[in-house]
Design a protein around this ligand. Structure first.
Ligand code: ASP
Length: 449
């Protein structure tokens, strides 16, 4: 039994939906179909979800909403026409979109979420209708009926663990269920969405809930590339990744799947595959608990910018009891998250995401650190983190040597190096101006040479 999720670009037009139908039809194990709202047809296009945000803003600001309503309804209409569906479904969608502008504006914490969820909800109805017309035994199901009950955190819902029992009962259905992604219902019956891009989360929850054998996530790329295609020319797509490796790569810039989407599938021990709607015969990337055979020591290389390092030096730091705690307490009091903390004998660097360090917080940190009588103190911006990732690194000698040799040959100055004890990744900090060059050098070293 498989749960299959399609992203917005796979559902953006009638042509795309025809591909989706073929994919679902080609495997009778594909029993649960989770869908996004229609996405962009081209880079200049607008996602239906973004159009709904505009509609919400105009509605709550008491501005004209007719243009917004018409644009959204027209978007569905062009898909409905392209698939030669009956006008009944168009009427139903049109009524639902207009109905949004009847909900109370005041004291309604869930109004924004209700608007946004309409993109997925109406698309699921449309797709169920299309599948039925094409002879599939398919049915739309609302997350409430499915049992997808979430916390009352608008825009950031989380699944309530009690949902899983009800979701498991869906296994007994013999129809193909079409489930709108991105939102659930609170105990008080309010529509509440996950964070943006959250249809991936729904797919993962349903896969864990129905104890699927596989969660297939269809997007518009041939899986996860071993490096960013905007940096490395035509990188290969990774055949198999562990959840752990995926998490490490996602940390530093890989964003094929929503971060939170991995958790339910991981906990439910459900393998996941990322595939391409436009190239379904490509095997894509499988995300598994453990590698099935031997895999190369490095599976992927990621990089992310906007990091800052707070560099502290104090003579005999190592002998001072509690120094580290005092430094971290300053960060905690200012509600600042830190990412890494490489140390030397008398120095300590704290690496943060740049957005954490507002100018006011920066001043405050400097003042408070000076109270700790440090000898040197500096803040360095424009840093990038580069990670080479692979669980099999631990059984290979010389991985870091290969990496550092290639970086030195490319003339790149390494500012910090860090490897966690689990040896799933090695992290290098470089100046952002050399980030791309460094990623290319590493890609060549591990995958080309
Ligand atoms: N439609 C929602 C968004 O654009 C959720 C999704 O597509 O996953 O964020």
């Amino acid at each position: 039994m498989k749960v299959i999720k399609f992203g917005g670009s796979s559902l953006a037009s009638a042509e795309q939906l025809k591909k989706v139908l073929e994919i679902v039809k080609s495997d009778s194990n594909r029993r649960f179909v989770v869908v996004s709202a229609p996405g962009k047809r081209s880079s200049e296009d607008t996602k239906v979800t973004d159009a709904l945000i505009k509609y919400y803003k105009h509605y709550t600001a008491n501005q004209d909403i007719v243009i917004d309503q018409e644009w959204i309804i027209d978007r569905y209409k062009s898909i409905i026409d392209g698939l030669a569906l009956s006008s009944t479904i168009l009427d139903e969608i049109s009524t639902a979109i207009k109905h949004l502008a009847t909900f109370p504006k005041e004291n309604n914490d869930f109004l924004y979420d209700t608007f946004l969820a309409a993109g997925e909800d109406n698309n699921a109805k449309l797709i169920a209708e299309y599948f039925r017309k094409e002879g599939l035994n398919a049915r739309y199901i609302h997350p409430k009926q499915a049992g997808l009950i979430v916390t009352s955190e608008p825009g950031n819902a989380r699944i309530l663990p009690s949902s899983y029992d009800k979701l498991e009962a869906l296994r007994e259905q013999d129809e193909i269920l079409i489930i709108p992604g991105f939102f659930g219902v609170t105990i008080d019956n309010q529509i509440c969405t996950f964070s943006r891009g959250g249809s991936d989360i729904t797919g993962s929850i349903i896969a864990a809930g129905v104890k699927a054998d596989l969660y297939e996530n269809f997007t518009d790329v041939d899986g996860i590339f071993a490096a960013h295609p905007g940096v490395v020319e035509q990188p290969h797509s990774i055949k198999e990744l562990t959840y752990r490796e995926m998490r490490e790569l996602a940390y530093a810039g890989f964003s094929v799947l929503h971060d939170e989407a991995l958790i339910p599938a991981y906990r439910g021990k459900i393998p996941l595959v990322i595939k391409n709607t436009n190239n379904p015969s490509h095997p894509g990337t499988r995300i598994v608990l453990e590698h099935s055979g031997t895999s190369s020591p490095v599976v992927g290389i990621s990089g992310d910018d906007d990091f800052v390092s707070i560099n502290i030096s104090k003579y005999l730091m190592n002998r001072e009891v509690g120094f580290g705690r005092k430094v971290l307490q300053i960060l905690e009091d200012l509600n600042i998250r830190f990412e890494h903390m490489p140390t030397g004998i008398d120095d300590m660097s704290i690496v943060l995401r740049g957005r954490e360090l507002t100018p006011i917080k920066e001043q405050e940190i400097l003042t408070q650190l000076r109270h700790l009588e440090v000898d040197e103190l500096s803040i360095e911006r424009d840093l990038s983190i580069i990670m080479i990732v692979g669980e099999n690194m631990k059984s290979h000698v010389g991985v870091t040597a290969t990496a550092t040799r290639s970086l030195s040959e490319a003339g790149i100055n390494l500012m910090m190096i860090s490897q966690g004890s689990s040896e799933v990744s090695v992290m290098f900090v470089v100046k952002t101006e050399s980030e791309k060059k460094a990623i290319r050098a590493l890609y060549d070293a591990f995958f080309k040479n």
